[in-house]
Design a protein. Sequence first.
Length: 57
Amino acid sequence: MVRVIQQNEKILYQCGECGFHYKDQTQAEKCEAWCKEHHSCNIEIIAHAVENTKNKQ
């Protein structure tokens, strides 16, 4: 289940399977669905994770 987290006055959505955080709930739900079905992460989905976008800004 996707968790809603408030961090530094921002709302983030966390994949309940792998723990990656997203600004968009839809992305978090896609990530979670992929993780549950394939027991792995999808690089195209996790590219949108907050953890992977911090260094690009």
